[in-house]
Design a protein around this ligand. Sequence first.
Ligand code: SF4
Ligand code: SF4
Length: 424
Amino acid sequence: MRIPVAASEYPRIGAELGGAPTSVLVKPAGPDCNLRCGYCFYRGKETLFPPGQHRMSGEVLRCLVEQHMPPSAPDVTFCWQGGEPTLMGLSFFEHVVALQTHYGRGHRVANALQTNATLLDKSWAAFLTKYNFLVGVSLDGDAQVHDANRRDGASHGTWSKVANSIKMLLDAGVATNVLAAVTEESARCAQETYGLFQELGLRHMQFIPIVDPDRGGLGGRSAHSVRPETYATFLCELFDRWVLDLGGPKQTSVRTFDALLACYLGLTPPECTMHATCGSYLVVEHDGAVYPCDFFVEPTWELGSITTSNLATLWRSPKRQVFGNLKADLPQACRECDWLSVCRGGCPKDRVLGETPRSNYLCDAYRALFCHAHERLTALATQHSAQRARLSTGLARGFSTRRIGRNDPCPCGSHSKYKKCCGR
Ligand code: SF4
Ligand code: SF4
C-alpha cells in the first residue's frame, strides 16, 4: 500500500496485463536502514535473512527488470522502498535505469522511490530529475513530532536533514510527495502538519496510521498506535482542510480523500485498503523472494523467488489468490455496515480485534470520517460529473481544443504542471 505515487500518477492498481503485475515494490537493501525509527514495522524482518548487510545482487536486479518488462506489459511501475533503498548508492539506480533501457521495447516505465531522504545530495537530485523518478519522503510533521520517532543510530533527530532534502528536491524539479506516519501524538496536529507540508511546497500527501498489534498485544494499542478516537478527529479535521483548498491555488492531494472521492465517482480507488480483495502488486525482497504485500513479508506468504521462478508465474500462484481473498472474509459488523462499499473492511493488517474474522481496529475512525464527509463527497462527485459532461458535450460539438503544453496547468484543475499531472 505504501506506494509513493502522486494521486495523479497512480499506477493502474489491480490491473492485470497479460497475467503479470503492473507494479512491483522492491526492497533492494532488504530491511536495512540508517535510521532507528521507533515505530518501524520492517526492521524486525532482519530475522528472515542471514545476518549482515542485505543488498540486491546484480543478477537478482537483472532478473527483476527483465521479468517485470515483458513485451505484453507496456506500462510498468517499479517502487523502490525499504528499509532504506538509497543505502544501495546512486550507482545501483544508474544500473537500474540502464537495465530498463536495455529491456525496454516501447515500455512506459515509472520509477518511484520511498526514502527517509537523509542520504540524498545534489547528485541524487540531478539523477532523480533526469530520470523522472517520483520521490516519496517520510516526514511526520514539525521537528518535535518528527524527531519523536524518526531518529538516527546516535538517537539524533532527523527533521532538519529531511526538510533540507525536500527543499533540494523541489528546487531541482523532482516530483516529491510526503508520507507521514500518524501516531497518537502526531494525530493531534492535523492542521499544523497539513499547513507545514504546504509551506514546504508539498502538494501530495499520504498519511499512514500506525497500528501496532505485535508489540502491544492488545489489538493495536502499543505505545505508537494511534487511538481510533484520536484518528477520527485527525481525519475529519484534515478532510475539512482538504475540501477548503479544492479548486484553489493551494489545492492538495491527500491520498485517502482522493481515494474516497474516486469511490463516489464510481472509479477504482487507488488505495488497496478500499478494494474488495488484496493483491494489486508484488513485493520483491533483495534476495529475490516475492510476497503479496509489504505488510505480509513473512514465511507463510512467501510466493517463491524470481531466481527460480518468475514474476508472472508467482502473480498467478494459488497462494497469492488465497491471500487476496482473505480480505473479503469480513466480520458480521462489516457485512451489515452502510459504508462497506467504500471501506471494504479496511486493511487486513489492522483487523486485530475479536474472533476470526477479526474486526478492524480503526473502524470507529472510518465510520466517523465517512459520516462527516458523505454530504460533501456526494456534492463533489455530482459537480465533477457535471463538469465532465459539459466537457464531453463541448468536445462532441467540435469545440477546438488547443494542444496542451508540457508546462501548462493540467486541465484537471490540480494547478500542477501538465507534465507532472494526470492530463485529464
Ligand atoms: S493487506 Fe491488503 S489492503 Fe492491506 S496493505 Fe496489503 S494489499 Fe493493501
Ligand atoms: S466502517 Fe467498520 S464496520 Fe463498516 S466496513 Fe469499515 S471496518 Fe467494517
